[in-house]
Design a protein around this ligand. Structure first.
Ligand code: ADP
Length: 276
């Protein structure tokens, strides 16, 4: 990087990592306005990444922020079902219009574009990344205060392209106690560090169950290691989420917005770290 960098590449002709990173960022649709972007990631699938993303967005919308969700999990899109969204996205000459959930969240997902949402998306990685980037460049996102991106799981080609092409302000990592043991989550942490994106928070999902009779917490997958991991990597916000049949039910019924208060506190902890 140039000495005394003022982050304004137009005033400096030097080639440096900062300039290279900026040049890969894709422009938003000219009619869109998105102030902050938080990506929700996980080391592998099935850990509750989409659930976390849907709950965080519901909490943001409930606190009065204009909120959007970009479902970048193209081959496993589950967000529309959790919000009970059935309609298809529509288009105009200027771009694609997102669907709007019951509480007013703007949403784009592969499942609101497909004729038949049960059809599998059997595509190569480059086509998948291209579609995600079109969700950024072609969709008209109106006056969005905060966007949550439900990232594809893992640390492969598609998440890498998304990280390089969309100006992400911070990430939230979702994990389970077993992931921590298997060090899968370490890969997600290292990827964030390599991409120079701040990790705003860590969610340990399926951390415990609460006994319905006595209320005692039972750690079904063993003792939590999430606090130690957060300490090791200087991650400021940590939340432990139980296996909660009420959440499964709400997600299955398309009523996850009824649980908007689930992540109110965690949301304020992670958004407090966003600059500007
Ligand atoms: P991912 O996006 O990581 O693949 P999902 O968020 O789709 O995972 O979650 C997988 C399944 O587990 C879904 O059916 C979801 O409703 C359920 N689920 C996730 N987290 C919880 C939880 N804390 N309690 C109960 N069910 C959960």
């Amino acid at each position: 990087m140039a000495e005394k960098c003022n982050s304004n590449c137009s005033s400096c002709g030097k080639s440096c990592p900062s300039r290279e990173k900026q040049s890969l960022i894709k422009p938003l649709n000219p009619m869109s306005d998105v102030k902050k972007v938080i990506a929700v990631v996980s080391g592998k699938g099935g850990v509750g990444k989409s659930m976390t993303c849907a709950l965080l967005a519901a909490a943001a919308q409930a606190t009065g922020k204009v909120t959007a969700v970009m479902d970048a999990d193209i081959t496993g899109p589950s967000i529309p079902k959790m919000y009970g969204v059935k309609e298809r996205a529509s288009g105009s000459d200027n771009g694609i219009l997102p669907v709007v959930t019951e509480s007013g969240i703007q949403l784009m997902s592969m499942n609101v574009l497909l004729e038949n949402p049960d059809e599998p998306v059997v595509w190569r990685g480059s086509l998948i990344s291209g579609t995600v980037l079109q969700f950024w460049t072609d969709v008209i996102w109106s006056g969005v205060d905060i966007m949550f991106i439900d990232m594809p799981p893992g640390t492969g080609d598609v998440p890498l392209t998304v990280f390089q092409s969309i100006p992400i302000d911070g990430i939230v990592i979702v994990t389970t106690p077993q992931d921590l043991v298997g060090m899968i989550v370490n890969k997600a942490v290292k990827m964030a560090h390599m991409m120079n994106i701040p990790i705003l928070g860590l969610v340990e999902n399926m951390s415990y169950i609460k006994c319905p009779d006595c209320g005692r917490r039972i750690s079904v997958f063993g003792e939590s290691g999430v606090d130690a991991l957060a300490l090791e990597h200087g991650i400021p916000a940590v939340v432990k989420m139980p296996i909660d049949p009420e959440l499964t039910k709400a997600a299955d019924l398309g009523k996850i917005e009824d649980k908007a208060d689930y992540f109110t506190e965690f949301l304020s902890q992670i958004t407090a770290q966003l600059k500007g």
